[in-house]
Ligand binder design. Structure first.
Ligand code: GDP
Length: 426
């Protein structure tokens, strides 16, 4: 049986915490898309971690953690992250990297950086982790599956071809130093030895686990609105962030995904460029940013301030529907405890008309939020584990959000720690 844990919004909804929590009763956790361009913050008895490339099941020694074929595998980041976990006392986790996963090459990171530089004020706000150049190359069929790194002849021959293409751009468009195929070859020979102990036939391992009735979690990165196809293109990531992509990026048969858990925060946050209808500015934004998350709303990968705003029910209803959510988890409700009144966006006004339909990007840019105002609870509820004992205004807020997103909210997260959970629907 497969449960997918995915983001309903722009990412940073708290999926890492939820995956870490649900992993306790699972046998396998799989990352199926994206790369080290986003971080999942996890706080448990070992400490505080920002996982960029490892699956969130790594804190449980009995779980098999899989890096699926859909992932952008940055080998040095993977190894550093693993080493830092071990240094902090986490027992050595069991990790399998799909032999079909493709590798983020050193030049992907360079090209990401150069392109953002070239775009200047029109840049996308990339984390410069090489993700867009990586996925472009994958689909242009000039990428490297990790299994291909072990064939010297193939590796050198493909690198020569890549360098011919890339060096044309480096010389004439970016005016940057050229790539040397021999140097790249040596670097990838070094990297292939680092990753060798973890490589396996992930498709077979996943399929066997399912055959044995094991409980598998798919761990999504970012959220619906960053999906290349159904998100706010072009202000999206370069992979599909939907639970459905788990079938491809992890080799899971579609009928096996029986639960899709959409994680959404009690307010909004986003990174990168693009329209953000409920965005707050000035002091209001600064306060929410400071009080949000576990240490304020600052990117787990870049440390840059996240854009913050009111809960957007239009975007979240769309986000849940497109994910095929069977339930939602509302996180970080504790953060709102300082507010007298809380706004929720229930419609968009576009060219004088109000709609609850999430529009395409050119129309989204014109959308103005239509708010309903709910009373705050002015109480510190961080760490509350008994749903019934929450203030009535907080429960009314959850009821209101549920009604507008159209998906049952089974669990409410009341703090960043693993155990800060209040179950609403048993
Ligand atoms: P992910 O990428 O979806 O895993 O999310 P991130 O880890 O990037 O961002 C979520 C932030 O919210 C992190 O700082 C978490 O520690 C924090 N967080 C998660 N759940 C809660 C919660 O219920 N309350 C509070 N205050 N913070 C939370």
């Amino acid at each position: 049986m497969v449960k997918a844990i995915v983001g309903a919004n722009w990412g940073d909804e708290g999926k890492g915490k939820i995956t870490d929590m649900l992993a306790e009763t699972s046998d396998m956790v799989i990352r199926f898309q994206g790369g080290a361009n986003a971080g999942h913050t996890i706080i448990n008895n070992y400490g505080r971690f920002a996982l960029h490339s490892l699956p969130s099941g790594v804190f449980y020694p009995l779980i098999t953690n899989v890096i699926g074929n859909g992932v952008a595998l940055n080998i040095p980041v993977f190894i550093n992250e693993l080493n830092s976990l071990l240094k902090q006392g986490v027992p050595k986790p069991h990790i399998v990297v799909s032999e079909r996963a493709q590798v983020v090459m050193p030049y992907h990171i360079l090209f990401d950086t150069y392109e953002e530089e070239r775009l200047g004020s029109k840049s996308f706000g990339s984390t410069k982790s090489g993700i867009a150049p990586f996925y472009s190359d994958k689909f242009a069929k000039i990428g490297f599956q990790v299994c291909e790194l072990y064939d010297d002849e193939l590796l050198m021959c493909r690198l020569e071809n890549v360098c011919t293409l890339k060096n044309t751009l480096l010389e004439h468009l970016y005016h940057k130093p050229l790539l040397n195929p021999r140097e790249l070859f040596e670097e990838m020979v070094r990297q292939r030895e680092l990753i060798r102990p973890y490589i396996g036939d992930a498709v077979e391992i996943v399929q066997s686990a399912l055959g044995e009735g094991k409980q598998v979690l798919l761990e999504g990165q970012l959220g619906t609105l960053k999906d290349t196809d159904l998100g706010i293109y072009p202000f999206v990531t370069s992979s599909n962030t939907l639970a459905a992509y788990g079938c491809i990026g992890a080799g899971v048969p579609p009928h096996e995904i029986t639960e899709v858990i959409a994680v959404t925060k009690a307010y909004s946050s986003a990174v990168g460029a693009g329209a953000f209808v409920t965005e707050l500015f000035g002091d209001e934004a600064e306060t929410l940013r400071r009080l949000g998350g576990d240490k304020g709303e600052y990117g787990a990968t870049t440390g840059r301030p996240r854009r913050v705003g009111w809960f957007d029910a239009v975007a979240t209803a769309y986000g849940c529907r497109i994910q095929g959510a069977t339930e939602a988890i509302l996180t970080a409700i504790d953060v709102l405890g300082y507010l007298d009144e809380i706004k929720v966006c229930v419609g968009y006004e576009i060219d004088g008309e109000v709609t609850t339909k999430f529009p395409v990007t050119p129309l989204l840019a014109k959308a103005k939020p239509v708010y309903e105002i709910l009373p705050g609870w002015k109480t510190d509820i961080r760490g509350c584990k008994d749903y019934d004992s929450l203030p009535s205004q907080a429960k009314a807020y959850v009821d209101f959000v549920e009604e507008h997103i159209g998906v049952p909210i089974r669990i409410v997260s009341t703090g960043p720690k693993r155990e800060d959970i209040a179950v609403r629907i048993k």
